[in-house]
Design a protein around this ligand. Structure first.
Ligand code: PA5
Length: 476
């Protein structure tokens, strides 16, 4: 669908940051002057973003526009295979898993996998096997029929131990069950065009393959086949997602921070970090958006958590993302957010219009503590509780902002995810760090390879062997 300007405006997400400001939360808030003082730095960050976009340092920004052929290929492939399979299983981790989980949960029926196939629009169930917990993968084979399943191995590097171990297990299982030729039809790979083992294997084995563009890193890859294939395989309108992202891109092009929602999110977060607010809580008030917090957590943590800045100074930058859910966590974490330390900013995410309405019956009218709920919708209850939490936080002087989606659909989800991506890139520029590498993650990956004695990792092995011995004194 091509959205008209009017439709786009009606679906525009809103960022309300009143409660980040001193005027509303007092001492621990942000002043207008603090934002104004950042104008110069923001201008430089904007120029750096623009340059990177032009010179290939931010290829993910072009994804809303340059994938017509990819989308056509994905849609044709989905049409070709969907009737023959009951389950679509993603083998991937981190940036190759969190986006697919988030989109599926946001757009589809919350009990999607439990619906009969005709109620799923004829699309297969979706499973994401990200961890290497042996119990999980083994139990998965008890609920899917591998012969009626399609396994999507997603790895940009083509060498991630978790994903490749799953691939190896599944490849052997399929070949034993179906024979080599038939097994190959049950595997589809999403990887780099040239680098890594996976593309080589895929070519040799004749697997259907989708390509992750070279300049797009894992956590910025949701709008590539990494996210688009699993989404389309579950009936999600991927073109609408890309349109939503393109709309947010338009809104995020201006240098004027006061009308650029992505830049403003980054600026407020940056000032909050400067003030010592080292925690960013994301609290959607909608079950459908529960997993946007997981996806954002990786994006924000892996991109901004850096030891050194671009000039080599040790800065230990970053802000810890915390996942929370309204109203569920009102009964667990909100006490801390309201009365605990001033070390966090809280991002509430609300929805104007839910896809369903649930009315509470007008019973127990003689019991005042229950009667007031009678005739009220749960829609109103959740929205009211969100406003009440916002009020409690504001009254307690706790910095918070509210992002509102007019409704949850592919377009608004595309907007939201793209806004967080631009905000992350911009925050990286403000912090003067490289938001697009992950040396801390690589360290763990390399240590694993060394411990397994992988060729080429002798030096790392020697480094590990030289680490201080643990003492029994500190083991109880
Ligand atoms: O954002 C990232 O780069 C990482 O989280 C990766 O997505 C994750 O480590 C998986 O890597 P790969 O896709 O190479 O298997």
């Amino acid at each position: 669908m091509v959205y008209s300007e009017e439709q786009k405006k009606a679906l525009k997400i809103r960022v309300d940051y009143n409660n980040m400001m001193k005027k509303y939360v007092g001492e621990y808030g942000i002043s207008d002057a603090e934002i104004t003082a950042l104008t110069g730095k923001a201008g430089k960050a904007h120029k750096a973003m623009e340059e990177k976009r032009l010179n290939g340092g931010m290829d993910w920004r072009q994804l809303p526009y340059n994938q017509k052929e990819v989308v056509a290929d994905i849609k044709a492939y989905v049409d070709e295979v969907k009737d023959d399979i009951d389950a679509f299983v993603v083998l991937g981790i981190g940036g190759s898993a969190l986006g697919p989980i988030c989109v599926q949960q946001a757009i589809n029926h919350p009990f999607y996998n439990e619906l009969p196939k005709e109620k799923r629009g004829g699309y297969p169930k979706l499973y994401v096997a990200d961890n290497v917990d042996p119990e999980r993968l083994s139990y998965l084979f008890e609920v899917i029929d591998p012969a009626k399943s399609l396994f999507n191995c997603i790895s940009k590097s083509g060498s991630t131990s978790e994903t490749m171990s799953q691939f190896m297990i599944i490849k052997e299982l399929l070949e034993e069950l179906l024979g080599k030729e038939e097994a190959a039809k049950h595997i589809v790979c999403t990887t780099d065009i040239a680098k890594g083992n996976l593309i080589k294997i895929a070519k040799e084995e004749g697997y259907k393959t989708f390509i992750i563009p070279a300049g797009v890193g894992g956590r910025f890859s949701e709008l590539t086949p990494v996210g688009l294939l699993p989404a389309a395989m579950c009936g999600v309108d991927i073109e609408a997602m890309l349109e939503g992202a393109a709309y947010m891109d338009e809104l995020s092009k201006t240098e004027d921070i006061y009308s650029n929602p992505s830049y403003m999110f980054a600026i407020l977060s940056y000032i909050a970090m400067e003030q010592g607010k080292n925690i960013s809580v994301m609290m959607p008030y909608a079950d459908s958006l529960k997993y946007i917090s997981d996806w954002f957590a990786q994006l924000w943590a892996e991109s901004l958590g850096k030891k050194t800045d671009n000039t080599g100074n040790v800065v230990n930058a970053g802000q810890t993302p915390v996942k929370s859910l309204g109203v569920t966590d009102q009964h667990s974490q909100v006490q801390l957010y309201t009365e605990g330390p001033f070390d966090k900013m809280i991002v509430l995410i609300g929805v104007d219009k839910f896809r369903r309405t649930m009315t509470i019956p007008k019973i127990y009218q003689d019991i005042p503590s229950l009667g007031f709920l009678g005739g009220v919708t749960q829609n109103k209850l959740i929205a009211t509780e969100q406003m009440a939490t916002e009020y409690a936080l504001q009254k307690a002087g706790k910095a918070n902002m509210t992002i509102t989606l007019p409704e949850v659909n592919e377009f608004t989800l595309g907007e939201l995810m793209y806004m967080f991506e631009v905000a992350t890139g911009f925050a990286g520029e403000l912090l003067n760090i490289n938001a697009f590498d992950q040396p801390g993650v690589e360290e763990g990956k390399n240590a694993t390879y060394a411990m397994f004695g992988r060729p080429g990792y002798d030096e790392k092995k020697a480094e590990l062997d030289a680490k201080p011995e643990k003492s029994e004194k500190y083991v109880i």
